[in-house]
Design a protein around this ligand. Structure first.
Ligand code: SF4
Length: 424
């Protein structure tokens, strides 16, 4: 019996109880959300981790992508990036390696990291030059056996997709690596996407390993101009149908979303995705609100992430300053993690079921600021080390800060109010 089936029969799986206690919600309530497919708790049956919940009534979660490329392949560096992201507060890690010994890198990350780890198995099939139905399923099973907790499968990229794109061409075409590899398979073989045509087999593998499926956004727009087109929404209709089949099979599933989307289209896009997939947890890759800010794409994605989170997105994939430019360094990964956590928290301040608890954190900061209590401010900060380092970087010792010094508005106003009280 899978975790989802256990929850559907009124049971309380251990990982669900653990997540509920951490989130501060009723475990039975989380079990019901999981049974309905509105929340997922990715955890491979073979791996001991600190499980994380993603979905309705839960805090917005943050994923960090690490992994080698064919130009830069240093397994130890990728493990260090994964650990640095977790230390900075990432809830999950995805290993997107495409260079060097993929098994070695993945296994090293799985060994060291105690949060859920996801992968994109089609990369391994492509790197091994086994972009065949057999190769794609072999890669999936191999990674599931290694203990991967969730996998992205681009099941919404089908023959129909190619036809939609032919009829309604895009500027950037397809920018998802998994999506483009699936298109390559379809165009070279003339066959349907195996993960789509043999979805029942895929579900069997997922069931056996308690693998959570992340139904990939193969058609995510790669520029603002391509956002919200027919091909994109066709894919969501397909993903919605596959979510239904996953739930019926007792397999946890979430859905991935775009991409590059102008700010005024994000809410519509997120609500449509949620509607078409019957409220499946939504995992967003951005959305980046402009195309012209390379070097700042962790910020353009965070802007989109806040709007998306306010509209119902549950899980944000961090973007780093290297996006569109280079393989991220460890420093980029750390920066991307903190900036995306800020976006997730800003969304949580408005999110049903969690906003009261999220706001309590801001209240703690506001009180510490009102008291000019610096230690409490650091403790309440998303990145305490950074806050502390900036405050002390010039070595000036003052109980206010060097911004207004003796003219500190907080202190002046407090002293004025105290005098006023004494006078009355
Ligand atoms: S000195 Fe100015 S900026 Fe600094 S704490 Fe006081 S009011 Fe705020």
């Amino acid at each position: 019996m899978t975790v989802m089936e256990e929850a559907s029969r009124g049971g309380l799986p251990a990982e669900v109880e653990q997540v509920a206690n951490r989130e501060g919600i009723d475990p039975q309530k989380l079990a019901r959300l999981l049974a309905r497919g509105r929340a997922v708790v990715p955890r491979n049956a073979r791996r001991e981790i600190n499980p994380t919940g993603i979905g309705e009534m839960l805090f917005t979660k943050v994923n960090l992508n690490v992994g080698s490329s064919q130009s830069l392949n240093d397994p130890q560096a990728e493990v260090e990036k994964a650990l640095a992201a977790v230390a900075a507060g990432a809830d999950t890690i995805m290993d997107l390696s495409t260079g060097g010994d993929l098994d070695l890198i993945r296994r090293a990350i799985l060994k060291e990291v105690r949060v859920p780890v996801g992968t994109v198995p089609i990369y391994q099939a492509a790197v091994k030059k086994e972009l065949t139905s057999q190769g794609m399923f072999d890669a999936l099973e191999r990674q599931a056996r290694d203990g991967v907790d969730f996998v992205t499968v681009h099941v919404g990229v089908t023959k129909n997709t190619l036809e939609r794109l032919r009829q309604d061409p895009r500027i950037m075409g397809v920018v998802s690596r998994g999506g483009s590899l699936t298109m390559k398979y379809i165009s070279e073989t003339g066959e349907e996407n195996p993960y789509y045509s043999e979805y029942d087999y895929l579900l069997e593998i997922a069931r056996e390993h308690e693998l959570t499926l992340s139904l990939g956004d193969g058609l995510r727009p790669g520029c603002i101009e391509d956002a919200s087109d027919r091909a994109k929404f066709m894919e969501f209709i397909t993903l919605g149908e596959l979510v239904k089949r996953s739930r019926k099979a007792g397999v946890q599933a979430m859905v991935e979303g775009p991409g590059h989307v102008p700010a005024d289209e994000i809410e519509t896009s997120v609500k449509a995705m949620k509607h078409l997939t019957d409220g499946a947890p939504l995992y967003l890759l951005g959305p980046l609100v402009t195309d012209i800010a390379p070097g700042y794409d962790h910020i353009t994605a965070a802007m989109g992430g806040v709007i998306a989170g306010m509209a119902g997105a549950d899980f944000l994939c961090a973007t780093t300053p290297s996006e569109h430019l280079d393989l991220p360094t460890k420093e980029d990964i750390i920066e991307g993690t903190y900036v995306t956590r800020v976006a997730a928290h800003a969304a949580d301040l408005t999110r049903p079921g969690v906003k009261e608890r999220a706001r309590a954190q801001d209240l703690q900061m506001a009180r510490a600021r009102a008291d000019l209590d610096w230690e409490k401010q650091f403790a309440a900060a998303i990145n305490p080390q950074l806050a502390r380092q900036i405050r002390h970087r010039r070595g000036v010792d003052t109980d206010t800060c060097t911004m207004c010094s003796e003219l500190c508005a907080i202190r002046l106003a407090r002293e004025a109010m105290e005098k006023e009280k004494e006078r009355k």
